[in-house]
Design a protein around this ligand. Structure first.
Ligand SMILES: [Zn+2]
Ligand SMILES: [Zn+2]
Length: 104
C-alpha cells in the first residue's frame, strides 16, 4: 500500500493573466454558422462568443473587463511596469514589498 501524493511542492506560482483574443472560424449560433471572437486567458477564463465583425471589439471589451476585475486597487498597482516587468493588472511583488517598508 502506498499513499501517492503527486502534488507538486508547496510553492505555487503566481497566477498570471495573459488574455488573448481568439478568432474562431466556425461557431454555431442560433441562426447558423459564423465566425466569432472570444477572449481566453491563461487563468482559464473563456469569454462568450462574440460573433461577426463587431465581435472583435466586443471581445476586446471582455478582455478589458476581465483585467479590471482581477487588477488590484489603483493604489496598489505597480508604479514602474517596465522596471518591475509586470503589468498593471498583476500584483507587483516589488511594489508590494516597498509599501511594507516604514519611513514614508
Ligand atoms: Zn485571467
Ligand atoms: Zn512594481
Amino acid at each position: 500500500m502506498s499513499t501517492a501524493d503527486e502534488q507538486g511542492p508547496g510553492a505555487a506560482p503566481a497566477r498570471r493573466h495573459r488574455p488573448r483574443l481568439l478568432h474562431e472560424e466556425e461557431v454555431r449560433l442560433a441562426d447558423g454558422w459564423t465566425s466569432a471572437w472570444r477572449v481566453r486567458c491563461t487563468c482559464g477564463l473563456q469569454g462568450p462568443h462574440r460573433p461577426g465583425r463587431p465581435g472583435k471589439r466586443a471581445a476586446e471589451a471582455d478582455r478589458e473587463e476581465h483585467l479590471q476585475s482581477v487588477a488590484p486597487p489603483q493604489s496598489e498597482r505597480c508604479r514602474d511596469l517596465r522596471s518591475h516587468r509586470t503589468t498593471w493588472w498583476d500584483a507587483c511583488p516589488v511594489c508590494a514589498h516597498q509599501m511594507a517598508l516604514p519611513g514614508m
